[in-house]
Design a protein around this ligand. Structure first.
Ligand code: SF4
Length: 100
């Protein structure tokens, strides 16, 4: 899987590299073991970002979320988080609702 998307990227096939790297979770194990000292997951992530921006385009839910951010929907919450002390922020993070 790893070298398949790296090869696709080397050939300039951004779409194939993006799709083949879709299951990559950026764990970094391939980079640790790579004899060529490349960082494959960065290549996969770049391919997916290029594919999304220039080939496939953003999805409707992303465009909606951008509108909400630009309208300031999350400003108060972000301001509150930025003013929390480290212990409270860590506690909030550890007890957050996890969405799968
Ligand atoms: S970063 Fe992890 S999941 Fe992604 S290609 Fe490398 S080994 Fe696989």
């Amino acid at each position: 899987m790893v070298m398949d998307y790296v090869q696709a990227a080397l050939k300039g096939d951004v779409e194939k590299a993006a799709k083949l790297s879709f299951d990559c979770i950026n764990c970094g194990l391939c980079a640790v073991r790579c004899p060529a000292e490349i960082v494959p997951y960065n290549i996969g992530q770049l391919a997916r970002r290029l594919f999304s921006k220039y080939i496939d385009g953003p999805t409707e839910h992303v465009l909606e979320k951008v509108k909400e951010v630009e309208a300031g929907k999350f400003d108060a919450e972000i301001k509150e988080l930025k003013n929390l002390d480290k212990a409270t922020l860590q506690s909030r993070y550890e007890t957050r609702e996890k969405r799968l």
